[in-house]
Design a protein around this ligand. Structure first.
Ligand code: DQA
Length: 161
């Protein structure tokens, strides 16, 4: 199982950026912890961070045929980007949206996520733990998809015999 983790703008500033909201942990440490968790779950993970909307769109498109699912924190683009939303729905890969902070307890403009509507689910407000919950949720979804595909393949072989 292979999952791509995509981080949007300003998340490279974690550790320095608004520590009262995001804590002191750096993106590198978050990624190291996700990597450890993923290894325990027998999941391969890759990481990508960009401050550029188009680069995020490109990366989502590149996931097609290469990854089983996506975990994405589109950061500020969650609230503005139709392009990222369209990219997520184009590749049609199970995707979980993550937010470190609880976007619903913050400014009004953060209450709406344009991108979450095309994701399988959204996790918000658990700090860096949000990524780990997303990993668990996505692995569950991918396991269910795999089971359905296996059952379908089995039914097909039985039909042929
Ligand atoms: C964020 C929430 C967004 O509103 C904000 O623009 C971010 C980070 C979060 O992880 O809590 O950059 O996505």
């Amino acid at each position: 199982m292979k999952i791509m983790i995509i981080q949007g703008p300003n998340l490279n500033m974690l550790g320095v950026r608004d520590p009262k909201i995001y804590g002191n942990i750096t993106l590198q440490t978050i990624h190291e912890n996700i990597q450890k968790h993923a290894e325990q779950m027998n999941i391969e993970v890759d990481f990508f961070q960009s401050n550029f909307e188009g680069e995020i769109v490109d990366k989502i498109q590149e996931c097609l045929g290469q990854y089983n699912g996506i975990i994405i924190n589109p950061a500020a683009y969650s609230h503005t980007s139709v392009a990222i939303r369209d990219a997520i729905s184009s590749v049609n890969l199970p995707t979980i949206e993550v937010h470190i902070s609880n976007i619903y307890t913050r400014e009004d403009f953060r209450h709406k996520s344009i991108t979450a509507a095309v994701c399988a689910g959204m996790i918000t407000g658990f700090g860096p733990m949000s990524y780990h919950l997303a990993l668990q949720g996505l692995s569950q979804i991918l396991g269910e998809i795999q089971a359905i595909q296996q059952a379908q393949a089995q039914a097909q072989t039985m039909q042929q015999n």
